[in-house]
Design a protein around this ligand. Structure first.
Ligand code: C2E
Ligand code: MG
Ligand code: MG
Ligand code: MG
Length: 282
């Protein structure tokens, strides 16, 4: 009896696994051809200076509009792009696209504007990553001092020695580095100090908690303090309401992004939003 139950369980397990793998393979093919057909595009979310209440940059966020018109979020397809290795080509395309947008924004007069681009661990680890970055900067003519790459905290924790060296190479191109989703991993102070990073992004989860219990703001507070002590810039992500923005200001958080200020926008809408923000400030 026990044996047959075990076998039945095993059968069920492998069948559902099969379904999952088949679904993943299906999505991988759809993504590959969708990428070639031009179904991927970027949305740009403004990043603001909390004290001056003005935008200083934007984060490029990847979107996929499938053949049948559905919008698929990056949380769903990036793992598949990583798993299949497709992220190397997609990531290069994202970078070039975002840099070209930065150049267009500069041509429209936004000369102080920074462009932030997410980089996957698989892409970053690729042996030609730094060459690729250099070529993308050269080809697009984007000024590296206005380009920021976002790597995740979990990624920053792996293979310390290799990472330190790679980050140093990246930094030599002139771009800056932000640690995304900060607070979710376990970076030690000493490790963080060895990495040549410029900015910490407080994960949305800790921004959401800020208005909850008395201790809700403790992680955000700690990251802000850490940034101050290490001389790093700090930005809060996922700011959705005025109360959160108010508390962040009072904690001394200099920068933020989130739905309160703007959702991720098309290039045209971003220009419109920036223009409107400028007239309001004037
Ligand atoms: P992330 O880099 O931490 O990006 C922040 C995510 O939070 C984005 O989701 C953004 O749309 C969303 N967000 C921004 N403000 C708010 C807010 O006020 N409230 C809420 N609820 N959400 C907000 P999105 O665009 O779905 O991206 C999810 C993740 O996918 C990103 O997290 C990033 O890790 C990854 N990703 C996006 N684009 C790329 C890309 O080009 N390359 C790579 N490798 N990863 C990307
Ligand atoms: Mg990001
Ligand atoms: Mg983030
Ligand atoms: Mg996040």
């Amino acid at each position: 009896r026990a044996k047959s139950r075990q076998r039945a369980g095993h059968f069920f397990f492998s069948r559902s696994m099969g379904v999952e793998i088949r679904e993943r393979v299906r999505m991988m093919h759809a993504l590959r051809s969708g990428f070639q057909r031009g179904e991927l595009f970027l949305a740009y979310q403004p990043q603001v200076d909390l004290a001056a209440n003005r935008a200083f940059g934007a984060e490029a966020l990847l979107r996929w509009r499938t053949e049948d018109g559905r919008l698929v979020g990056p949380d769903r397809f990036i793992p598949i792009a990583e798993y299949s290795g497709l992220i190397v080509d997609i990531g290069e395309w994202v970078l070039r696209q975002a840099l070209a947008e930065l150049v267009r924004l500069r041509a429209a007069g936004y000369l102080d504007f920074t462009m932030s681009v997410n980089v996957s661990q698989v892409q970053f680890r690729h042996q030609h990553f730094v060459d690729m970055l250099r070529r993308a900067l050269d080809d697009t003519g984007a000024p590296p001092e206005f380009v920021e790459l976002e790597i995740t905290e979990s990624m920053a924790m792996e293979e310390p020695a290799l990472l330190v060296e790679k980050l140093a190479q990246v930094k030599r191109t002139g771009v800056s580095i932000a640690i995304d989703d900060f607070g979710t991993g376990f970076s030690s102070l000493s490790h963080l100090q060895r990495l040549q990073v410029d900015r910490l992004k407080i994960d949305r989860a800790f921004v959401t908690e800020i208005t909850g219990s008395a201790r809700g703001s403790s992680i955000a507070e700690m990251v802000i303090q850490l940034g101050r002590n290490l001389g790093l810039s700090v930005i809060a992500e996922g700011v959705e309401d005025e109360r959160q923005a108010h508390i962040l200001r009072s904690l001394g958080c200099p920068l933020a992004q989130g739905f309160l200020f703007s959702r991720p926008l098309s290039p045209e809408a971003l220009l419109g939003w920036l223009g409107k923000a400028q007239t309001e400030a004037a």
